[in-house]
Design a protein around this ligand. Structure first.
Ligand code: 3HC
Length: 304
């Protein structure tokens, strides 16, 4: 591993207070898992209505978690939920809350400029020891980090949907991420009860670099008339042991997210057939048919 050992103020930061920016699916899941493992979490989004919905969502997901874990002890389950919810506070002012944070995890819209503007502001307000991390699916961490003066304390923490269930975290170091920061992010992932893997700052890291071309090839296979959506889903579930077929999974992560990733990569490498565009995916996204996270199943079984 060729990672710079810079002379930052950080020496393996023990992360206690976490700020999660973005109350969407990923931000909510990350906040839930961090709060469930004893971290104090501040969840930030642009308005109180979104934050209220996010906290409701976290409560709903916690209920699913305790249903099995505390099957014989429902009171203990309810106690656990209340304890976790106490660890979560909300705010619409990222700049002020970041002052008490050991780690900031950003899970907002996949737009480089918006992410850079956010981190540039936070960089001025956050204490020296605070580590910044992005949960981006496909943007280079080094491009996001370039808006700050803490390149050594900047990395990627990439979670998977649904965050409470998926055991993996990809920890991404850029060429400027210090070893201390990288180790702190690895340790933090373990304290969440997750298994971390070390990734380079390359497109899609490990999982999405393999998963997204597979999803796109499944759609192309269908576009070529070589299989129905239903048969392709059944085939990959029963023939390859995947928990969801590719159409079900594309709906689950969002067709907009899938398209966004492939758009970025096809711009970077226009001649790479793995990154080729799909007319069907483009049309559905253009029509606003974005998938299950918007409570509409698009590719899976019925097209609404
Ligand atoms: N919160 C809490 N619990 C949840 C949950 C959530 N959001 N979603 C599911 N669960 C729990 C259920 O309560 C259930 O618990 P039980 O076994 O105790 O009853 C358990 O998970 C299983 O759920 P279901 O019975 O409803 O359904 P499945 O057995 O199919 O499991 C699944 C659901 C875990 C989502 C499984 O289908 C799966 O692993 N799917 C693949 C997901 C995947 O590949 N994710 C990665 C996407 S890529 C990504 O996120 C990267 C991004 O950058 C694009």
């Amino acid at each position: 591993v060729c990672r710079g050992f810079s002379s930052s103020a950080v020496r393996n930061v023990v992360i206690k207070h976490v700020t999660v920016i973005g109350g969407g699916q990923m931000g909510a899941g990350i906040a839930q898992v961090a709060a469930s493992t004893g971290h104090s979490v501040t969840l930030v989004d642009t308005n109180d209505d979104i934050l209220k919905k996010t906290v409701k969502g976290i409560e709903g997901s916690l209920k699913r978690v305790v249903k099995k874990k505390y099957a014989d002890k429902p009171e203990a389950g309810e106690e656990f939920i209340q304890k976790v919810l106490k660890n979560v506070s909300t705010s619409t002012d990222a700049v002020s809350v970041v002052q008490g944070s050991d780690l900031v995890i950003e899970a907002i819209v996949e737009n480089l400029k918006i992410k850079q503007d956010l981190f540039s502001q936070l960089d001025k307000a956050a204490p020296a020891h605070t580590i910044f991390a992005s949960n981006t699916s496909s943007l280079p961490i080094s491009d996001i980090a370039s808006s700050t003066n803490r390149l050594d304390r900047f990395g990627g923490l990439h979670f998977f949907n649904p965050v409470p269930m998926m055991k993996l975290v990809e920890v991404i170091g850029t060429s400027a991420t210090s070893q201390e920061t990288f180790d702190s992010l690895l340790n933090f992932s373990k304290t969440l009860g997750k298994t971390p893997v070390s990734c380079k700052d390359t497109p899609g890291f490990i999982v999405n670099r393999l998963l997204v071309p597979y999803l796109l090839e499944s759609i192309r296979l269908h576009e070529r008339g070589h299989g129905s959506k239903e048969d392709i889903d059944i085939a990959m579930k029963l023939g390859a042991g995947y928990p969801m077929g590719p159409f079900e999974l594309a709906d689950y992560v969002g067709l907009d997210t899938t398209k966004f990733i492939i758009d970025g990569w096809s711009q970077m490498e226009p001649n790479n057939p793995l990154f080729a565009q799909s007319p069907m995916l483009n049309k559905l996204v253009e029509e606003g048919k974005l998938g299950k996270k918007y409570r509409r199943r698009i590719l899976q079984v019925q097209v609404i």
